[in-house]
Design a protein around this ligand. Sequence first.
Ligand SMILES: NC(=O)c1ccc[n+]([C@@H]2O[C@H](COP(=O)([O-])OP(=O)(O)OC[C@H]3O[C@@H](n4cnc5c(N)ncnc54)[C@H](OP(=O)(O)O)[C@@H]3O)[C@@H](O)[C@H]2O)c1
Length: 325
Amino acid sequence: MKVLVTGATGFLGKYIVEELTAHQYQVVAFGRNERIGRTLENDQVRFVQGDFVSYPEIEQALAGVDAVVHAGALSTVWGKWEDFYQTNVVGTENVLKACRKHAIQKLVFISSPSIYAAAKDQLSIEETEAPTKNDLNFYIKSKILAENKIKQYRDVPSVVLRPRGLFGVGDTSIIPRLLRVHQKIGMPLFNGGQQLVDVTCVENVALAIRLSLESPLATGQTYNITNDEPQPFKQILDELLQELQLEQKYISLPYPVMYGISASLEKLYQTLRITKEPIFTKYTLYLLRYSQTLSIERAKRELGYRPKMTISEGIKKYAANYPES
Ligand SMILES: NC(=O)c1ccc[n+]([C@@H]2O[C@H](COP(=O)([O-])OP(=O)(O)OC[C@H]3O[C@@H](n4cnc5c(N)ncnc54)[C@H](OP(=O)(O)O)[C@@H]3O)[C@@H](O)[C@H]2O)c1
């Protein structure tokens, strides 16, 4: 089977390519970054340089492909709406149109559980609890609109995955961000870091994607994906800092004050059109303050998904590759 992977040059994308090639798939790795793309090439992987915001580029790349994993996205908490809209909404619609044109057997779309974000503790969230609207930030808004596009193209057999808090070697987002703040001021904690968080080893997400391609039950469904090991935030940080042999430096922050500062900073940055990300956003504060865990019962039942790497194993692997991670 030949699978085109968008976002193949990104963090998750490289793991998807590895997982698929380890299971005898042929892969078309699609992305804009030629330098990274060429490093992915081998007997089973062909790199196609392209931009899915341009319909002809993605349409041509899909010729002769059986299935698509659409993992490419503008995946960050800050930026201009037009950029999120073009990449995550128009880009997804282009992928859908091209899948329709080439009668692709299955499309796996990588969405995000950030769409559940709210200023409250939420435990064991089920897929059906997703809000129809959440304008907390442009990334979330664009992912909801992209999921709506998937629903609109009913004739394209699709699966939506919402994997939470990816971490692993090559991560440029979650752990590096936390470590930068740790280095500057210490690990920020609200509520003593007792909120429960659900994170996912990137290897497990790649596994869930392959299972989604293979499971006949998956078509038309949406699945939460996590490591199924909810833990207090501080417990994970303790383990991470210990494995990295870094000082356990924590800083307790007052939530209402920080919320006020973040909300004001967001307004100011938007008004002045500052593209640099504020140190805290309302979204990151929610992540640092409230519990959010997901039910993955549906993925277990219908995909046969069982995480193959534990959080501890993932942290050890990350530390073994640090600081190159
Ligand atoms: N990281 C997380 O914790 C997390 C959690 C939930 C969901 N997700 C989702 O998982 C997916 C992968 O995330 P990631 O962390 O691997 O992000 P990433 O490292 O930023 O990778 C995203 C990739 O998308 C590609 N891309 C962006 N715009 C493109 C365009 N117009 N045309 C072609 N390629 C384009 C980029 O490739 P080029 O640079 O080559 O253009 C980039 O490598 C995203 O859909 C994200 O929303 C991530």
